[in-house]
Design a protein around this ligand. Structure first.
Ligand code: ADP
Ligand code: MG
Length: 420
């Protein structure tokens, strides 16, 4: 079976592709390197699974979360497709056997964490595998500019050396230019084709509501309809307190944060998925891979950390394409937090020192140390040179002036006019 549409029908029972899926799949089949940017719930998994099924050989999938891997492997196995995941808890001899199966056992999918790629055994065996495609799920994790930076994702490019002929596909719902550029570079994609679907979600209403008593407003909002919801708060403590508050008001609510035991996490997730608990009060640890179609509202009790993470979090509402809402509750109490958030973007003294040292050596290299030469540094060139964003660089230089963290010789300051 090699026709994408037939594979879609046979294994998934769907009659047609969603926008862009077909184009992505066709280009992957032409062995091009592809970056697929589709919103959460847009159907990214099929974009590598179908081409992998259409060809002989095995597809290696790098994925950031064990839960994501297990979900996908279970779903594939349920369709009678041979798939496995090398997760953290596997013993050496088990790993050995599993990798053998990937070489000789007609497996179609091997899911790996990026940490696994560091192991020599894994690298050696991958060399021997008949790999037909390398898929990097949640590919924005490779970029420090993204919201889920995962240093081990930097290992992925070593797959390029192990399998120089095999095409890559990177998949993500993140689409800022900076992250896209970074993904393509870090994954060493060859003339990547970047396929991007509009991120507009026309079934989602975005609402910003000023509410003096946020808890009260939330209670009213949740009592309007008896439907599934996610409430984002900023701290672990707040997840517990707000869930308690809601339960006292007769609304079935659970809480979720990164500090919970693995087993506890999956139990709470399950009972929310099965609508035993209607509302999940969570920190941003509740996120990647949450695929519940009928979430009718996502409420942020505080201003989100960034527009990008907001889009991801709000986008968990209405994945079934029926009307849903994303609500931000705000009032005066948010202002100090906002201020802090801004202050946190200021560079540390260490960073400023580093910038300054770089600046010094840059001048020495560029102009020598001779006296009497007027130097002139354009601020934007300076930013570009050090890949700083403008705000960072501006703050760095301001701090430098004010705190004079280093003994900046007056002479040197005169010589190097930094212009804003
Ligand atoms: P993403 O990784 O982009 O968030 P998934 O691959 O998890 O999205 O898919 C989201 C949901 O959409 C899944 O339940 C999947 O079965 C469904 N889906 C994907 N493609 C199609 C399609 N062509 N027709 C119908 N449903 C689809
Ligand atoms: Mg996905």
């Amino acid at each position: 079976l090699s026709d994408p549409e037939e594979i879609l029908k046979k294994y998934w029972g769907f009659s047609s592709f969603r926008p862009l899926q077909k184009e992505i799949i066709e280009n992957v089949l032409l062995e091009k390197d592809v970056l697929a940017l589709l919103p959460t719930g847009g159907g990214k998994s099929l974009c590598f699974q179908i081409p992998a099924l259409a060809k002989p050989g095995i597809c290696i999938v790098v994925s950031p979360l064990i839960a994501l891997m297990e979900d996908q492997v279970n779903a594939l196995q349920a369709k009678g497709i041979k798939a496995m995941a090398l997760t953290g808890g596997t013993s050496f001899s088990e790993v050995d056997t599993m990798l053998d199966n990937c070489i000789y056992g007609n497996y179609k999918f091997l899911y790996l964490s990026p940490e696994r790629l560091q192991q020599e055994l894994v690298q050696e065996r991958i060399k021997q595998m008949p790999v037909n495609l390398i898929a990097i799920d949640e590919a924005h994790c490779i970029s420090q500019w993204g919201h889920d930076f995962r240093p081990a994702y930097r290992n992925i490019s070593l797959l390029r050396n192990l399998k120089p002929e095999v095409p890559f596909i990177g998949l993500t719902a993140t689409a800022t230019k900076k992250v896209v550029k970074d993904m393509a570079e870090q994954l060493e994609l060859k003339e990547p084709l970047i396929l991007q679907k509009s991120f507009h979600r026309d079934n989602l209403a975005y609402i910003v509501k000023e509410a003096q008593d946020k808890n009260y407003y939330l209670e009213q909002l949740l009592k309007e309809h008896d439907e599934s919801a996610i409430i984002y708060v900023r701290s672990r403590k707040a997840t517990i307190e707000l869930a308690d508050f809601l339960r006292k008001k007769g609304i079935s609510a659970s809480s979720f944060h990164g500090g919970l035991q693995k087993k506890e996490k999956s139990q709470r997730l399950q009972s929310w998925l099965q609508n035993k608990d209607r509302v999940m009060v969570a920190t941003n640890a509740f996120g990647m891979g949450i695929d519940k179609p009928d979430v009718r509202s996502v409420v942020h009790m505080n201003l989100p950390e960034s527009l990008e993470s907001y889009f991801q979090e709000a986008g968990r509402a209405g994945r079934d394409r029926k009307p849903a809402k994303a609500v931000i509750l705000t009032n005066q109490s948010d202002i100090p937090l906002l201020k802090n958030q801004f202050l946190n973007t200021l560079p540390s003294v260490e960073f400023v020192k580093l910038v300054y040292k770089k600046l010094l050596s840059y001048f020495r290299i560029a102009y020598g140390e001779g006296e009497g030469t007027e130097h002139h540094l354009n601020f934007y060139e300076f930013c570009q040179f050090y890949e700083l964003n403008v705000l960072q660089a501006y703050n760095a230089v301001q701090l430098l002036d004010r705190a004079s963290v280093l003994n900046v010789s007056e002479q040197f300051q005169k010589k190097t006019r930094i212009q804003f």
